[in-house]
Design a protein around this ligand. Sequence first.
Ligand code: PMT
Length: 410
Amino acid sequence: MQLCRDKTVLLGVSGGIAAYRSCELARLLVKDGARVQVVMTEAAAELVGPLTFQALTGRPVEVGRGGKLAASGMTHIDLGRDSQLIIIAPATGNTLAKLAHGLADNLLTSSVLASTCPVLLAPAMNTRMWKNELTRRNMKILSSLKRFQVVGPASGQLACGEEGTGRMSEPAELFQASRCLLGPGSLSGRRLLVTAGPTHEPIDPVRVIANRSSGKMGYALARAARRRGARVCLISGPTSLTAPWDVELVAVETAAQMARQVSRRLAGSDVLIMTAAVADYAPSRPARKKLKKAGKNLTIELQPTTDILAAAGKRKHRPLLVGFAAETGSPLGEARRKLADKNLDMIVANDVGQAGSGFGSDDNQVHILGRGQDRVDSLPLLPKQEVAEQILDRVERLLPGRRTSSRKRG
Ligand code: PMT
């Protein structure tokens, strides 16, 4: 569905090296049917030629204080008023500071001041500038205002050669966020609870029992669900990942904490997707002080943790339940057993012994099984983001007719 069709989008480009990546964003918006008006700051126009954006959008580009549209009787007031969405990508520290304080010294900032539509900000700058107390304060002001939505910045290699947070989010992610702001998605009005990552079970204050889950699969599901318009709560064990845009992140460490957070939110959710690799056992009595090396064998007593999914499956009122089965070797038999034993609607089985799939990798090869169905959908090895989309396509098919929160199950 072209959610951007016939929508007017003002794409503001300020002067960061990431300006060239906004060309791809402009292309995606135009392809999805949007009327895209590009407004560049003077610094941005020194980095990327306005003609590039003009060729991509089919419209003359305004630079600095503008003037081209004024000649046809259009002012910054009209530009702000007529836009259904303003995207500023990249949003430099300078432009963010101006917006936070209501400055309007160029066409871009004055159009924002003259508008009431949502504004999607994609900050991009050097890590130290991003972490600077002044930028923090400016972001606090902007984030407190409902119409400003911030996507990113991401972490990674920056144009200045340093590593850290400050990289503009991927154009595809900004495009998806724009679609969410412009129109209702296929999961709009639904609440999804997704768990991700490993749990850490303390042995003593410095040691834990953990597993190799990176959280990538769960975060991909949370991102995909939010892009489809759902309200998403992501309950995550320890990972190094950044929460996807506009997803509520609840950070936990242990299986017991995850169980508490899931239980608290279950009644208000339409779907629970348990992607987390929850520890099955935890030390019965974690030591209060660091265990000393004694040079002999050490026995640690483990006790079973609560099975979060099985507990949810036993509830009378429960959301749609999707589990994962991580097996080494053929996963179908165990997946079928878990689907029935835990009273699930769907289970996603992965052979985590397969190289390049499962724990930690960017790709996954899964089999999807539904309640009461003999059929197994075996997907090829795909990027986890694509696997997430495939899972959600099936979740959506099970959802029609059901509105938010609990449903009866005898
Ligand atoms: O995080 P990544 O690196 O991207 O890797 C993704 C993944 C391999 C972790 C993911 O695809 C996956 O398979 N997750 C489930 C891992 C797991 O714990 O599987 P299981 O077969 O042990 O458990 C079955 C189901 O019960 C799971 O949905 C699990 O979340 C749930 N469970 C397990 C134990 C427990 N105490 N409570 C639970 O709810």
